[in-house]
Design a protein around this ligand. Structure first.
Ligand SMILES: C[S@@+](CC[C@H](N)C(=O)[O-])C[C@H]1O[C@@H](n2cnc3c(N)ncnc32)[C@H](O)[C@@H]1O
Length: 207
């Protein structure tokens, strides 16, 4: 099953099934951006709007992109704010965004599904204003080395979604090649992760 079809199916239960990675990202995103305000936020792979509902509180305008109709429909039900617009868009193609239009881009739990990070950083560099920030929270590659993948249950069956491994060095070097500065880096564990590898890795790059 392709990634888009998988998320269309997963959208029905994404918010309600047990998912420590989703929950940790939600807490982390709110902590990292607490007390900050932005003019124009671009969210890459908004899914069911878990973080969109926070971004509409800290952003004057929010533009949320995703290529799954099912996920976007859930997000639209959840986030009924006047300052958000949703676009169906494939992040591996050119983004439907103007140059230098945003002061924050957030990308949460999406890049494991994207083969080519160079395209993502090049588009981010195009659409961010000077001084704009690019927050990335992703499943830690250490978890991927151990075989962890985005997955959901269909009855007794486990459906795994196609993923690509991006090493820490790849994130940083691709960002540097696109003239970003690294201003935050950290690794995070869920409370249930003691003695395990970090679950999430988090970067903030500045243009
Ligand atoms: C694990 S979900 C994360 C959703 C949300 N960011 C969150 O943190 O809950 C991954 C999302 O990325 C989207 N996605 C994956 N590949 C994509 C692509 N090439 N273009 C646009 N969206 C994509 C999926 O449709 C899905 O909604």
């Amino acid at each position: 099953m392709g990634i888009q079809d998988a998320y269309n199916e997963w959208s029905g239960i994404y918010d309600t099934n047990t998912n420590l990675t989703r929950d940790l990202d939600s807490t982390l995103t709110r902590n990292l951006l607490a007390d900050q305000q932005f003019d124009h936020i671009l969210e890459l792979g908004c899914g069911t709007g878990k973080n969109t509902q926070f971004f509409v509180q800290i952003g004057r305008n929010v533009h949320a992109l995703d290529f799954s109709q099912g996920m976007i429909e859930k997000a639209k039900e959840k986030v009924r704010a006047d300052n958000v617009r949703f676009s169906m868009a494939d992040l591996t193609k050119q983004w439907p965004c103007e140059d230098k239009a945003y002061d924050l881009i957030s990308c949460n739990l999406v890049l494991e599904h994207i083969p080519d990070l160079a395209h993502i950083f090049s588009e981010a560099a195009r659409v961010l204003r000077s001084g704009g920030k690019f927050l990335i929270n992703e499943l830690h590659p250490f978890k991927q080395y151990q075989g962890t993948k985005a997955r959901f249950e269909r009855g007794d069956e486990t459906i795994e979604v196609d993923v690509f491994v991006h090493h820490i060095s790849e994130f940083i070097n691709t960002a540097l090649k696109n003239n970003f500065k690294l201003i935050h880096f950290n690794e995070y564990w869920h409370a249930e992760d003691s003695h395990k590898p970090p679950r999430l890795v988090s970067f903030i790059f500045e243009k």
